[in-house]
Ligand binder design. Structure first.
Ligand SMILES: C[S@@+](CC[C@H](N)C(=O)[O-])C[C@H]1O[C@@H](n2cnc3c(N)ncnc32)[C@H](O)[C@@H]1O
Length: 627
């Protein structure tokens, strides 16, 4: 027994070895056959090196080595069906160069002018949607880079003269040769925005990090927001598309955060308690009209303790009524009624110096509730979500602040100052306003986005070289992408889809970042060619069932600057399809692994249109430009 056991063991061991060798042999054969058949898929073709030169490094993140072939190796549904149109999208006619689908100056004529209803978003639906690519204006050039762009823009890019003439005395913008020059004038500050902002800084703590997010209603060419960049303050400059021709387009061309918008009947597309300061310099809004609706909307979006700065009529009417060609008694009445409404909203007037008046929103509503009968305050809004603001009608009521335990507490909590605010756990997370998002999630999300942004920087050289300025994040989540970009000289429009599972826009504002709600089945409230980089994380899988993804691509192309870039992150199946759409809208794109490497199903479609286009594509754009 003692001898037979090792023998038996040896026999079975030999069998196992033979079996292993056979398996290894068969596997190797199968591997090499597979390798031979799929060599194009497995290796990365470097378009910048000698043709057919293969690079076996799958994980490198250098752009030339990340062009992968993901075609047809997945599920059957990925293969375009026979009726799937792969033709490149045609260009729109030349008169579409400044087409804004939801702010179309022709379409707006169908809508009433009362209460500026015609200037609200009215988006085309179904067959009304334009399915062509917006051509650039003739002579279009690479925009002036930031920070020079704050003061100069190419006239060819925004070829509109009206403001250079109608606002000449107020120094909004001048035309000098082929450049538009922005000397920093405005209706309320013809002799320069610097002195004007310095005056405000004597009343409002602009230099301390207390004020970071500002809303400028009726922004003109956004010179106010431009000046505030010197204080590290981010201003959302808002104005409609009206007789102040292309004002918002000028602002964006200057590299300033701006969006088309109007105080009309809908809430502004921001959550409650978003802005540290709101400002109107002669913005022509009837603040006391419509039962005080508009001042109540400002109250909704101001954070507790936020500042409201008003200049222009009726402020300082005693000195200015002649210049404004108004009757002093009318202006006096107007001011009295603003003062009265502000009091009834429980705001405190903190100063009126020369042309500028400043009020402050209370830090909580304890007093306001107690005194509401004596003050004859408007009613507090009934329980509706104060952060809902996508096509939501305004109501003449005071948006209640979160409850506090004592008079000295700030409703919702005390915000830390900028820049600490950016990475401090937001109060809405601490107070558990957002389902299932913890402080740990927030910190992990920040770390994740740092890694992702560093990967993006290694792929898109213009990002790491600081050449991008206006950035759009189509699905901003907690704002981690924008926060990780803060090392670059950029600003980010953080978009939270109106039907996102979690409404995180309040968190984004608490971090001291800007953003808006949006439904990506519609067009964004901006002009064509206004963003250098668009980031679309998970947006395609989110909208796939909701609307035609081709329309989403056409819209992205509309807002993207001609030499801009796009980063689309999604599941490999979606990315494979996205590549087909990217080709149809004539982008220079390639599929890449994410920073998680080749074995993770999340992939990235990078688009970099600063890459030279081939002759056919250049011709087709030029053809449109000259016809
Ligand atoms: C006389 S300009 C003043 C521009 C700038 N604030 C300045 O001081 O130079 C009036 C501005 O208010 C905007 N505006 C007029 N009605 C508005 C409304 N209902 N909502 C938002 N902006 C409005 C105009 O489009 C324009 O930008």
């Amino acid at each position: 027994m003692a001898r037979t056991l090792p023998f038996l063991f040896l026999t079975s061991h030999r069998g196992a070895i033979s079996c292993l060798l056979l398996t290894t042999f068969l596997c190797s054969i199968s591997y090499f056959i597979g390798f031979y058949q799929n060599s194009k898929i497995i290796f990365i073709a470097d378009p910048y090196s000698t043709p057919n030169c293969l690079h076996p490094n799958l994980t490198t993140s250098q752009r030339p080595s990340v062009i992968l072939d993901f075609e047809s190796h997945h599920t059957a549904s990925l293969t375009p069906s026979s009726n799937f149109d792969l033709k490149p999208i045609e260009f729109c006619p030349e008169n579409f160069t400044d087409y804004c689908p939801c702010q179309d100056t022709v379409r707006e004529r169908q809508f009433e002018m009362s209460q500026m209803l015609h200037r609200e978003r009215h988006c085309p639906e179904g067959d009304e949607k334009v399915r062509c690519l917006i051509p650039r204006p003739e002579g279009y050039r690479t925009p002036v880079p930031w920070p020079k762009s704050r003061d100069f823009a190419w006239f060819a890019n925004v070829p509109y003269k009206r403001l250079t003439e109608s606002k000449k005395k107020q120094n909004w913008v001048r035309l000098q040769g082929d450049l538009l020059v922005f000397p920093g004038g405005g209706t309320s500050f013809p002799s320069g925005v610097k002195g004007y902002v310095d005056q405000i800084a004597q009343i409002v703590p602009l230099r301390t990090g207390d004020v970071r997010t500002v809303l400028d209603i009726g922004c003109g060419v956004a010179s106010f927001g431009a000046q505030l960049t010197n204080f590290n303050i981010l201003t959302m400059s808002v104005a409609p598309r009206d007789i102040h021709e292309a004002q918002v387009q000028f602002a964006l061309e200057r590299g300033l955060p701006a969006i088309l918008g109007v105080l009309s009947t809908y809430r502004l597309p921001y959550p409650s308690r978003s802005f540290d300061m709101a400002h109107c310099s002669r913005c022509l809004v009837q603040w006391t009209g419509y039962d005080g609706l508009y001042l109540m909307e400002i109250d909704r979006v101001l954070r507790p303790g936020g500042y409201w700065v008003l200049s222009g009529p009726p402020i300082d009417w005693r000195h200015n009524y002649k210049g404004w060609q108004r009757q002093p008694q009318d202006l006096e009445k107007e001011q009295a009624s603003i003062e009265d409404l502000a009091k009834r909203l429980c705001w405190k007037k903190i100063a009126e110096r020369g042309p500028i008046a400043v009020w402050r929103k209370p830090t909580n509503h304890v007093h306001c509730i107690k005194k509401s009968k004596i003050l004859q305050s408007p009613p507090f809004c009934a329980a509706n979500d104060p952060d809902t603001a996508w096509y939501k009608k305004m109501e003449a009521c005071i948006t209640p602040l979160p409850k506090v335990n004592d008079l000295n507490q700030v409703a919702g909590g005390d915000l830390v100052k900028w820049p600490k605010r950016l990475n401090t756990a937001p109060l809405r997370i601490m107070n558990r306003y957002i389902n299932g998002v913890s402080v740990t999630n927030f910190n992990q999300d920040n770390e994740l986005w740092k890694k992702r942004v560093s990967h993006y920087g290694s792929v898109l050289s213009s990002l790491s070289a600081g050449k991008y300025r206006n950035i759009m994040d189509m699905n901003a989540g907690l704002g981690g992408f924008a926060a990780a970009l803060s090392k670059y000289p950029v600003w980010v429009m953080n978009v939270v889809p109106s039907d996102a599972k979690n409404n995180t826009l309040g968190i984004i504002y608490e971090r001291g970042l800007l953003g808006t709600y949006m439904d990506w089945c519609e067009a964004f409230s901006t002009y064509p060619r206004t963003y250098d980089l668009i980031h679309a994380n998970g947006i395609l899988s989110m909208y796939m069932e909701k609307c035609d993804i081709l329309d989403v691509f056409i819209e992205m192309d509309r807002v993207l600057r001609p030499e801009g870039a796009v980063i689309i992150r999604d599941h490999v199946d979606v990315i494979t399809k996205a590549k087909l759409f990217a080709d149809r809208v004539r982008w220079q794109s390639w599929i890449s692994h994410s920073e998680l490497g080749p074995f993770h199903p999340e992939k990235i479609l990078f688009v970099d249109n600063s890459v030279k286009m081939n002759a056919n594509q250049v011709n087709s754009r030029q053809f449109i430009n000259h016809h």
